[in-house]
Design a protein around this ligand. Structure first.
Ligand code: RIB
Length: 276
């Protein structure tokens, strides 16, 4: 990086730092890059393609040494003019670009199978944005468990966007139409909090009438009533591994592409309950 001029700076792109999943990730990236003498700039992209491209071009001109990206809209062809190394984290966007993710499909399978194991008979899924690789994998994991069940119907798969507001609205709609749903696997915790609020507004008791499991393990899930059962991602570790790999790529650009997949853990809390 000395030859093309180095700013000793790396950039992290996240959809929205207000989602409590991302501060811990950002903290990890900053801790690791700081240790090696880099400063760090944070960009909120709102999952918006134009914003991502604008940031990429502007920061490439400023000779940023590397990019760590959580993105659902970038493909390889958008990166032709980017000369610095890139790593994707949390979501994968190309097999030719290194990534750090968790095993989303397996985690989703575990979440859905857990609902089944505690006696839920009709389990619905609220998805993340259709463009995000991890959201597609979580949907696949859900389908792995339910697709051959006699009760299964495509109405039980509901589009979401990883945000609180939409999940509140779609859940109210879903639970009003399908009063027999007794289990919900929600693609992230923030939407699962929206589900708790929607159930409250319909006077439905969680976990007595409906068991809810999220994905992420953000601290917010500990403070809700009821507290949230979830699939815990090793958030800090995802960020620190991505930063380490990026720094290796900056020093050795010829290094082979690496795809690291970290493990998730199911955490049982109060939003799920065994049915008698
Ligand atoms: O809550 C934010 C979501 O976006 C998480 O599930 C994470 O995996 C990211 O993709």
């Amino acid at each position: 990086s000395l030859f093309k001029g180095s700013s000793k700076m790396i950039a992290l792109f996240v959809p929205d730092i207000k989602n409590p999943f991302f501060p811990e990730l950002a903290r990890a990236v900053e801790d690791v890059t700081n240790q090696y003498g880099y400063t760090f700039v944070l960009c909120n992209t709102d999952d918006n393609h134009e914003k991502e491209i604008t940031y990429l071009n502007a920061l490439t001109q400023k000779s940023v040494d590397g990019f760590i990206m959580v993105s659902s809209t970038i493909c390889e062809r958008h990166l032709e003019h980017v000369t610095s190394p890139i790593i994707s984290l949390d979501r994968r966007f190309s097999s030719n670009i290194s990534s750090v993710t968790v095993n989303n499909r397996k985690g989703a399978r575990e979440a859905t199978a857990y609902l089944q194991s505690i006696g839920c008979k009709k389990i619905a899924h609220i998805c993340g944005p259709q463009t995000a690789s991890n959201s597609k994998d979580r949907l696949k994991g859900y389908l792995d468990v339910v697709k051959y069940e006699a009760w299964f119907h495509s109405d039980f798969i509901v589009a979401g966007d990883y945000r609180f507001k939409s999940s509140y609205e779609v859940t109210k709609d879903l639970l009003t139409k399908h009063k027999d749903i007794d289990g919900l696997f929600v693609a992230n915790d923030l939407m699962a909090v929206g589900v708790l609020k929607a159930a409250e507004s319909l006077n439905m008791n969680i976990p007595e009438q409906l068991s809810v499991i999220g994905f992420d393990g953000i601290p917010l899930g500990l403070t809700t009533t009821p507290s949230l059962t979830t699939i815990q991602q090793p958030i800090y570790e995802i960020g620190s591994r991505a930063a380490q790999i990026l720094l290796e790529l900056i020093d050795h650009p010829e290094q082979q592409v690496i795809h690291e997949e970290l493990e998730v853990t199911l955490i049982e809390r109060d939003s799920t309950k065994r049915r008698e």
